[in-house]
Write a protein that binds this ligand. Structure first.
Ligand SMILES: *[C@@H]1O[C@H](CO)[C@@H](O)[C@H](O)[C@H]1NC(C)=O
Ligand SMILES: *[C@@H]1O[C@H](CO)[C@@H](O)[C@H](O)[C@H]1NC(C)=O
Ligand SMILES: *[C@@H]1O[C@H](CO)[C@@H](O)[C@H](O)[C@H]1NC(C)=O
Ligand SMILES: *[C@@H]1O[C@H](CO)[C@@H](O)[C@H](O)[C@H]1NC(C)=O
Ligand SMILES: *[C@@H]1O[C@H](CO)[C@@H](O)[C@H](O)[C@H]1NC(C)=O
Ligand SMILES: *[C@@H]1O[C@H](CO)[C@@H](O)[C@H](O)[C@H]1NC(C)=O
Ligand SMILES: *[C@@H]1O[C@H](CO)[C@@H](O)[C@H](O)[C@H]1NC(C)=O
Ligand SMILES: *[C@@H]1O[C@H](CO)[C@@H](O)[C@H](O)[C@H]1NC(C)=O
Ligand SMILES: *[C@@H]1O[C@H](CO)[C@@H](O)[C@H](O)[C@H]1NC(C)=O
Ligand SMILES: *[C@@H]1O[C@H](CO)[C@@H](O)[C@H](O)[C@H]1NC(C)=O
Ligand SMILES: *[C@@H]1O[C@H](CO)[C@@H](O)[C@H](O)[C@H]1NC(C)=O
Ligand SMILES: *[C@@H]1O[C@H](CO)[C@@H](O)[C@H](O)[C@H]1NC(C)=O
Length: 461
C-alpha cells in the first residue's frame, strides 16, 4: 500500500507574514560568525514521546495546509504560502488542558496552542453550517464545564483564517496545560467555538512553539472585529513555562525519529517517533563534537535590522554540500539565496534555493526529474535511485542527512526527494525551510528566550 496517493498532494502550506514587513528592501544580513559557539547541553528534566500519524487522506492534507496558515485576518496580514508539498508530516504530542487530553500537532512554525471547544459550530468553507463531525477533529473538544481550572479570559477573542479558507474563532481560556511532567498554569489557550475545518479524525489542535509575535489574540469579545489594530501579543506555552520557572533552562529540544518503511506504509498512528524535551537536550545518542549554536535571525532579512521581528526559528545557513555543489554559487554560499531558513517541524521536506535543489536532483542516479501533480511541481525519482550524499553546513559544522530521508515514497515506485526547490507559484520566494527530512538527523534545541538554536548530529539510526 502506498503512503500517499498522488491525488492527495497538498495545495500548499501557508505561513503568515505581516504585510507591512513583506516588502523587499535592503540586502540580507551577513552571517554573525562571532555568535557561533560549540556547546554540549545538559539532558532535559522533562521529555515526552512523540507519536506520528501517517497522512492518508486529502482531508488531512488540507488540514495540514491550513495549519501553516496562522493568518489573523486577510486584511491585516498578507498570506504567504510557505511550502508546496506535504508528505508524512504530523508529529503529534499528548497534551492535557484543564484535565482533558488532546493529541496536538507540534508546530515550531506557529505560536497559538488551541483546541476546539465542545459544542462548537462547524461550517463548510462557504460558511454554511454543517454537522460537527464534518470538521473531523480527533476529539469532541474541550469542555470548560468539566475543568476545575478553567478561567475565561474576558473581553478577548481568537480568530485565525487560513490560506485554505479554513478558519477557527471564538473565546479564549486561561488554563492549566501539561505536557508530560511539565505543567503551567493560566496559559492562554484559544478554545474556538466556530470552526470551518477539514480534519483528519486524529489531531485536535496545535501546540505552537514559535514566538509571541505570531500569536492571534484580539482585544475584542467579538471575533468578527479582530484586526491587527486590536491584537494583543501574549506568551505562548513555552514562554509561560520559562516565566513560571518550570524549566531548568530556557530551551526545548526536538528529536524527530524516522519511521520504518513498514510503519510509514501501514500505521495510521505510530507511537514513539521522537522526543520533545523541555529545559534540556532530548536524550538520544548524539555525536557530541558536532554541536553548534547559532543565533535565531529576525525576519525579514530584506528590511532594516531594527524593523525586523522574531516570528520563527530562522537560522543562517553557510552552504549545502553534495556532489557537484562546488559549481553552484547558491550552494557554496547559501547567503546568496537570502538565508531566511526556518526550522519547521510542520513540513516534511526541505525547501532550498532552486539552483541548489536542481543541482542535487541532477546528482541522483539516474537524475531526479520534476513531476507536476495537482499543480505542484516536485523533484521525483525512482525509489531505488542512488542517493547522493547531502549535508548542510550551519555555524561551520556540516550536518549530514541519511539517504533514507531523501526519498519519500509517493506511489507507483516513485519517490519524491526530501530536498525540494523553494519558489514557484505556491511557495514564498523569500523563505527556505529545513523540515522533517533534515530534522530526523539532528537534535534541534530551540532557545526562544536567548534566541539561539543548537543543532547536534544524531548517531545514525
Ligand atoms: C499509477 O500509475 C497508473 C498508470 O500510470 C495510474 O493510473 C495511477 O493513477 C497511478 N497511481 C498513483 C497513486 O499515482
Ligand atoms: C497518547 O495518548 C493515547 C491515549 O491515551 C495513547 O494511546 C498514546 O500512546 C499516547 N501517545 C504518546 C506518544 O504518549
Ligand atoms: C490523560 O493523560 C494523562 C497522562 O497521560 C493520564 O494520566 C490520564 O489518565 C488521561 N486522562 C484521560 C481522561 O484519558
Ligand atoms: C456548560 O454549562 C453551561 C451552563 O450550564 C451550558 O450552557 C453549556 O452548554 C455547557 N457546555 C458544554 C460544552 O457542555
Ligand atoms: C470586560 O468588558 C466589560 C464591558 O465592557 C467590563 O465591564 C469588564 O470590566 C471587562 N472585564 C475585564 C476583565 O476587563
Ligand atoms: C483593550 O481595549 C480596551 C478598550 O476597549 C482598552 O481600555 C484596553 O487598554 C485594551 N487592552 C490592551 C491590552 O490593549
Ligand atoms: C475574523 O476576523 C475578520 C476580520 O479581520 C472577520 O471578517 C471574520 O468574520 C472573523 N472570523 C470569524 C469566524 O469571526
Ligand atoms: C569529532 O570526533 C571524531 C571522532 O572522535 C573525529 O573524527 C572528528 O574529527 C571530530 N570532529 C570535530 C569537528 O572535532
Ligand atoms: C513584536 O512586534 C512588535 C510590534 O507589534 C514589535 O514592536 C516588537 O519589536 C516585536 N518583538 C520581537 C521580539 O520581534
Ligand atoms: C557570501 O555571499 C554574501 C552575499 O553576497 C557575501 O557578502 C559573502 O562575503 C559571501 N561569503 C563567502 C564566504 O563567499
Ligand atoms: C533575495 O531577496 C531579494 C529581495 O527580496 C530578491 O530580489 C531576490 O530575488 C532574492 N534572491 C533569491 C535567490 O531568492
Ligand atoms: C529500479 O526500479 C525500476 C522500476 O521498478 C526498475 O525498472 C529498475 O530495473 C530498478 N533498477 C534497479 C537498479 O534495480
Amino acid at each position: 500500500m502506498n503512503i500517499l496517493s498522488l491525488s492527495s498532494l497538498a495545495l500548499a502550506l501557508f505561513c503568515a507574514v505581516p504585510g507591512h514587513l513583506a516588502s523587499p528592501g535592503t540586502q540580507p544580513d551577513a552571517h554573525h560568525p562571532a555568535l557561533y559557539s560549540r556547546s554540549v547541553l545538559p539532558a532535559a528534566s522533562y521529555s515526552v514521546a512523540f507519536s506520528k500519524k501517517v497522512p492518508r487522506r486529502k482531508a488531512k492534507v488540507d488540514a495540514l495546509a491550513a495549519l501553516r496558515g496562522s493568518v489573523v485576518s486577510r486584511n491585516a496580514y498578507k498570506t504567504v504560502p510557505l511550502a508546496g508539498s506535504n508528505l508524512d508530516t504530523d508529529y503529534l504530542v499528548n497534551v492535557t488542558i484543564g484535565g482533558q487530553n488532546f493529541s496536538l500537532i507540534i508546530d515550531s512554525g506557529s505560536s497559538d496552542t488551541w483546541v476546539p471547544q465542545a459544542g462548537f459550530s462547524c461550517f463548510d468553507l462557504t460558511g454554511s453550517p454543517v454537522p460537527q463531525t464534518t470538521c473531523n477533529f480527533g476529539s469532541t473538544g474541550f469542555n470548560p464545564n468539566s475543568s476545575k481550572t478553567f478561567e475565561l479570559y474576558q473581553n478577548v477573542s481568537f480568530n485565525q483564517t487560513y490560506g485554505t479558507s479554513e478558519y477557527v474563532a471564538g473565546p479564549i481560556a486561561l488554563e492549566t496545560v501539561s505536557i508530560g511532567a511539565l505543567e503551567v498554569s493560566r496559559q492562554v489557550v484559544p478554545i474556538p467555538n466556530v470552526a470551518a475545518w477539514t480534519g483528519d479524525g486524529v489531531l485536535s489542535g496545535v501546540l505552537g512553539l514559535a514566538f509571541p509575535n505570531v500569536t492571534s489574540l484580539f482585544n475584542t469579545s467579538d471575533p468578527t472585529t479582530a484586526s491587527i489594530k486590536n491584537r494583543i501579543l501574549y506568551d505562548p506555552f513555552f514562554f509561560t513555562a520559562v516565566k513560571q520557572n518550570k524549566v531548568e533552562h530556557p530551551y526545548f529540544s526536538i528529536a524527530l525519529n524516522r519511521p520504518t518503511a513498514e510503519q510509514a506504509e501501514n500505521d495510521l498512528y505510530t507511537p514513539n517517533l521522537g522526543l520533545l524535551a523541555f529545559g534540556g537536550i532530548a536524550p538520544v545518542p548524539v555525536i557530541h563534537n558536532t554541536s553548534v549554536t547559532v543565533p535565531v535571525l529576525a525576519y525579514p532579512p530584506t528590511i532594516a535590522e531594527s524593523k525586523r521581528q522574531f516570528f520563527w526559528y530562522t537560522l543562517p545557513i553557510d552552504s549545502y554540500n553534495f556532489p557537484g555543489s562546488e559549481n553552484i554559487p547558491e550552494a557554496r554560499n547559501a547567503s546568496l539565496g537570502n538565508d531566511t531558513t526556518v526550522l519547521d517541524t510542520g513540513t516534511a521536506v526541505n525547501l532550498v534555493p532552486a539552483p541548489v535543489a536542481a543541482g542535487y536532483a541532477a546528482a541522483f542516479g539516474p537524475p531526479a526529474e520534476l513531476i507536476t501533480v495537482s499543480g505542484v511541481t516536485l523533484y521525483a525519482a525512482q525509489c531505488n535511485a542512488t542517493v547522493p550524499q547531502f549535508s548542510v553546513t550551519i555555524g561551520g559544522q556540516a550536518f549530514s542527512m541519511d539517504p533514507r530521508d531523501q526519498l519519500v515514497p509517493f506511489g507507483n515506485d516513485t519517490c519524491v526527494l526530501g530536498t525540494q526547490a523553494q519558489g514557484g507559484p505556491l511557495i514564498a520566494s523569500d523563505f527556505h525551510l529545513l523540515g522533517d527530512s533534515f530534522l530526523r538527523n539532528v537534535v534541534a534545541t530551540l532557545n526562544p528566550i536567548d534566541r539561539e538554536i543548537t543543532l547536534t548530529q544524531r548517531v545514525p539510526y
